[in-house]
Design a binder for this molecule. Structure first.
Ligand SMILES: [Mg+2]
Length: 250
């Protein structure tokens, strides 16, 4: 098995190192990750300037691009063999509910899926400045990688895994979940810079999810590992039928 490891926290993050350490032995590992943090860059690809690639170790590359660029480059050209699995993470904050659309970590797994390769994303639900338990999450990722190798994943489907950031002994099991909804209030901070101009920070007063039964947020609130199967077809099929009835014409 040839595993491509990437992330959005950057090539030097502890999460990607933990992943590399635990996935060792499952096959050949290649790592391609952004040369700096690219969190919340979503599914963007770099199209308007060239992407530089620096090899910094055996099968380890840092690029000045996005997480999706990393997967694209790996699959389309810079690696010498076919990629069998894409693992993205371990992200140092949760990727739950509506936030998956912003996530570079989840988007890298989406990119792998679009390219026809089984892929999953893994995040630790670190909040504030807590120390993330990457080792446990990486061991769990190893287990999932083995299962995907055995069972495969359906087309256009990836797994989004969130591991509660608590001691291993406090984890209450694994929940297969649906994508939840966040309820936190967005906050836009505006301040004045030293030259008198206004600048903005997009922020939030903390992520609070609706703890709906069966959702990823609910699982994390119960100290369970959440695994959500995400599908890349975003079509709302129920509304598609209703929309036809609108009879929109030229
Ligand atoms: Mg990140």
């Amino acid at each position: 098995m040839h595993i491509l490891i990437t992330n959005d926290d950057g090539i030097n993050s502890k999460g990607i190192r933990a992943l590399r350490k635990e996935l060792r032995g499952l096959g050949e590992l290649s790592t391609i990750a952004p040369d700096r943090e690219k969190s919340a860059t979503g599914h963007s690809l770099t199209l308007i300037h060239p992407i530089r690639v620096e090899q910094i170790g055996r099968r380890i590359y840092a690029i000045d691009g996005t997480p999706s660029d990393c997967v694209n480059l790996g699959v389309m050209g810079i690696l010498d063999r076919k990629v069998d699995l894409v693992v993205s993470g371990i992200n140092n904050s949760p990727n739950l509910g509506d936030d998956v659309t912003y996530s570079g970590t989840v988007s890298a797994a989406m990119e792998g899926t679009l390219l026809g390769i089984p892929s999953f994303a893994v995040s630790v639900t670190t909040q504030d400045r807590a120390e993330p338990n990457f080792t446990f999450a990486a061991k769990f990722a190893r287990q999932v990688a083995i299962m995907i190798k055995e069972k495969g994943l359906p087309d256009h489907t990836l797994l989004n895994i969130n591991v509660p950031n608590v001691e291993e002994s406090k984890i209450k099991g694994v929940a297969i979940t649906k994508q939840g909804k966040r309820t936190y209030r967005e906050e836009l901070i505006n301040r004045i810079d030293p030259r008198g101009r206004v600048y903005y920070w997009i922020g939030s007063k903390g992520i609070i999810g609706k703890e709906e039964d069966g959702s990823d947020f609910k699982a994390i609130s119960e100290n369970k590992i959440s695994i959500t199967p995400l599908h890349l077809d975003l079509t709302n099929y129920v509304f598609l039928k209703q929309l036809k009835e609108w009879d929109i014409k030229l």
